[in-house]
Design a binder for this molecule. Structure first.
Ligand code: XUL
Ligand code: CO
Length: 437
């Protein structure tokens, strides 16, 4: 099996906006300083294993279309090895620093808990060597607790504690592997942690078991000395009808309930935000406000379809709003932009993987440069600050003074006969500020 699937491609480099080379960056100039930091350090791009190397291009109506060499037969040890080699070689050719994986993405198929653990351990040994060989790092690892039939009714929220315990084994191994590989974060996406019908579901029991799981994952992180961030990835539905990690605010309530709000942050995915009826920038702003912003899964949905299409981002305008929120949140610490995005099923060639990633990377880099200009101009931020400035004044301070009561503040309004003057929110002006750049 060819280990050199991308042999014909030269490394992708920055050539500037006027280049005619489709396989070059027009905006992503990794060493360019933007807002005091190198672009590469701002954006911390990662390639995901699952869509880019594991998914064969199948959909619910049809078989895989991609014919990658490692998809020719069973996902055995040699196929899994070829897939890992191709993946790390691709990340190096794109010249981005990171990749991400689920346990099952990187290993040969194995049934039975002993065989499963052995197969994953072999994969991790190989990944450690490949990371070194290609000079790439792990943004995050995770365990797939949703594809195997055992997880049809959830993992940590399964009615059967034996399934919960199986999931514990996978997460222990994936967390320890992430630690060993120097991963910056560990992600938990509750793929089937939810339900399809309330008729057969005790939501109270399921939430208790889910909280117990997360608490023990955090405990294990500390036991093994992993200093990366644990991230929950919210999504409202798909595959289950109701998912417990609906959106950022819901996750925050869950973390509070189990006392984990200082331990766990969120990994916000653009297409999950839109599925939950929010915008991408809403979810980012909410995570910042609640102090749980962690990382981003970059992609986009389709404005007409109501499902998770996981397309590569391609709108500088939409991404500018997201990057503005990222900068307001202080930028990434352990997080990054992971492309949880897939080329379309008809994009069957190796070159299509380059087009998808290069387009996404350039879109986000361009958005960063646009956000820098908006921040440099400063008028939008000044207007926002001015709208809330009275909270620094006497009345604002009295409202927050320790011991103040509702009745006292109400009496201030009555005694002073307050008649607030309405001020324009200037939405159209704000929108015009964005479009100017
Ligand atoms: C599914 C999804 C996952 C997570 C990792 O919608 O986003 O790929 O990112 O499990
Ligand atoms: Co995701």
């Amino acid at each position: 099996m060819s280990a050199d699937y991308f042999a014909e491609f030269a490394p992708v480099r920055y050539e500037g906006a006027d280049t005619v080379n489709d396989l070059a960056y027009r905006w992503y100039d990794k060493d360019r300083i933007v807002l005091g930091k190198r672009m590469e350090d701002h954006l911390r791009f990662a390639v995901c294993m699952w869509h880019t190397f594991c998914w064969p291009g199948s959909d619910v109506f049809g078989a895989g279309t991609f014919s990658r060499p490692w998809h020719a037969g069973a996902n055995d040890a040699s196929a899994a090895r070829a897939k890992r080699e191709a993946a790390l070689a691709f990340v190096e050719k794109l010249d981005v620093p990171f990749y991400c994986f689920h346990d099952v993405d990187v290993m040969a198929d194995a049934e039975g808990i002993g065989a499963f653990r052995k197969s994953f351990a072999e994969a991790v040994d190989h990944l450690e060597a490949l990371q070194h060989q290609h000079g790439r790092k792990l943004l995050w690892g995770t365990a797939n607790l949703f594809s195997h039939p055992r997880y049809m009714a959830g993992a940590a929220t399964n009615p059967d504690p034996e399934v919960w315990a199986w999931a514990a084994s996978q997460v222990r191994d994936a967390l320890e592997a992430t630690h060993r590989l120097g991963g910056a974060n560990y992600v938990l996406w509750g793929g089937r942690e939810g339900y399809d019908t309330i008729l057969n579901t005790e939501v109270g029991t399921e939430l208790d078991n889910f909280g117990r799981f997360l608490s023990l994952v955090v405990d294990h992180k500390h036991r093994i000395g992993f200093t990366g961030t644990i991230l929950i990835e919210p999504k409202p539905h798909e595959p289950t009808k109701h998912q417990y990690d609906f959106d950022t605010q819901t996750v925050y309530g869950f973390l509070k309930r189990f006392g984990l709000e200082d331990e766990v942050k969120v990994n916000i995915e653009a297409n999950h935000a839109t599925l939950s009826g929010h915008t991408f920038e809403h979810e980012l702003a909410m995570a910042r406000a609640l102090g749980i912003f962690g990382s981003i899964d970059a992609n986009r949905g389709d404005h007409q379809n109501g499902w998770d299409t996981d397309q590569f981002p391609n709108s500088v305008e939409e991404l500018t709003l997201a990057v503005l929120e990222l900068i307001r949140a202080g930028g990434f610490t352990t997080g990054g932009f992971n492309f949880d995005a897939k080329v379309r099923r008809q994009s069957i060639d190796a070159v299509d993987l380059f087009h998808g990633h290069i387009g996404g990377i350039d879109t986000i880099a361009h958005a960063l440069i646009t956000a820098e200009a908006i921040i440099g101009d400063g008028r939008l931020d000044s207007f926002r600050a001015e709208r809330y400035a009275d909270w620094q004044g006497a009345l604002g301070r009295s409202i927050h003074a320790p011991g103040a009561t509702l009745a006292q503040i109400a009496d201030i309004a009555i005694d002073r006969d307050l008649a607030p003057v309405r001020k324009s929110g200037r939405q159209e002006w704000c929108e015009n500020q964005i479009n100017r750049f």
